[in-house]
Design a protein around this ligand. Structure first.
Ligand code: AHG
Ligand code: MN
Ligand code: MN
Length: 333
């Protein structure tokens, strides 16, 4: 009987291809894998125990924190601290970056994360996710982490990925050498390689945008939405509209099927809504590694943006290359 490769085996195999690899990144991934399992277990109990709903506090961005936002943040934070590879983290749920003291001060990596993406969907049993982004520190080893460690452009990411807690739970990641997806087998407690070398279609027919904000969108986006809705047999229009409201879930579907996700500027969100460092950069890295494209505006690659602050927002257009290019045309007009 042939067994599917597990995430652990896959990581060891990839590491052996790099003779200079120290194993630190593999160890870091073990922390992420463990935290993902713990959060997955808790999410599966939502509705049975008192873990849904608001926690009663707001994060630094003025958003209601859900109980599971805080739970997921704590679990990922402590898992990442435990192995000494990570010297500090930044999170949607933390006002400032967090310096890991003690042995971790010698760690080579910083991690930026959205511990629970789409958390408003938890109470209604809709897929949510965790997004992570990994960089090599630029500050001196043995010293506390600094702003510069976290405010690196996305093109410096060493690895990035997400966990999607959906009808099945998956971990999808890249280290800059393609994208691989692993599905969690709860009976064995392991992630198994189910989606090797994921690539996204060059073109697609799904568009994902919160159309309730239509009236607030820039003219170019309004015109693009109308373009998606027009009838044209040659280009398979009208397209299909799909919007879950969890970036991870919307992106994951479009990655597999081909499509585009937009969270543009609007009069209510002048800089867009999504956060550059722990939502857009990791998703953009995955998109590009799968053959797709991610921009903030026409010609402005997400991964080349120089971040100014930790919780900075950016407009975000990501998905199948031809679809993103079409939006760029509309926005440039
Ligand atoms: P988070 O739950 O981490 O705050 O992220 C929510 C984000 C993203 O997941 C989603 O695509 C977007 O907010 C939905 O926003 P709207 O409800 O404005 O469409
Ligand atoms: Mn999010
Ligand atoms: Mn979140």
């Amino acid at each position: 009987m042939s067994m599917t490769k597990t995430l652990g085996e896959f990581i060891v195999e990839c590491q052996s291809e790099y003779p200079d690899a120290t194993g630190a990144l593999s160890s870091l991934f073990s922390s992420i894998r463990l935290a993902a399992k713990v959060v997955n277990r808790e999410i599966n109990k939502a509705g049975l125990v008192d873990i849904t709903g608001a926690a009663g506090a707001e994060n630094v961005q003025g958003e209601q924190q859900q109980k599971l936002d805080i739970y997921a943040n704590d679990k990922f934070k402590s898992a990442l601290q435990a192995r000494g590879e990570v010297c500090g983290i930044a999170s949607e749920e933390e006002d400032k970056y967090v310096n890991f003291e003690g042995n971790s001060q010698d760690g080579d990596y910083v991690v930026l994360m959205d511990p629970l993406d789409g958390s408003s969907n938890i109470d209604v049993n809709v897929s949510v996710g965790t997004i992570f982004s990994i960089y090599r520190r630029v500050s001196a080893k043995g010293q506390p982490v600094t702003d510069e460690d976290f405010l690196q452009p996305g093109n410096k990411q060493v690895a990035a990925g997400y966990v999607i807690y959906g009808s099945s739970t998956m971990l999808v990641y890249t280290t800059g050498n393609g994208v691989n997806g692993f599905t969690y087998d709860p009976s064995l407690g392991v992630f198994c390689l189910s989606h090797p070398n994921m690539t996204t279609p060059e073109d697609g027919n799904i568009y994902s945008v919160n159309e309730g904000n239509y009236v607030h969108f820039p003219e170019g986006v309004k015109k693009y939405i109308k373009y998606c809705q027009e009838e044209d047999v040659a280009t398979h229009r009208p397209y299909t509209s799909r919007y879950i409201g969890s970036l991870v879930s919307d992106f994951h579907r479009n990655l597999i099927k081909g499509g585009i996700y937009l969270y543009p500027t609007s009069s209510s969100h002048p800089n867009g809504k999504l956060r550059l460092l722990y939502e857009c950069n990791p998703i953009a890295f995955l998109a590009e590694q799968a053959g797709g494209k991610a921009v903030a505006s026409p010609g402005q690659r997400i991964l080349d943006l120089k971040p100014g602050e930790l919780h900075e927002r950016t407009p975000f257009i990501v998905g199948s290359t031809k679809m993103v290019e079409k939006v760029e045309e509309f926005l440039a007009d």
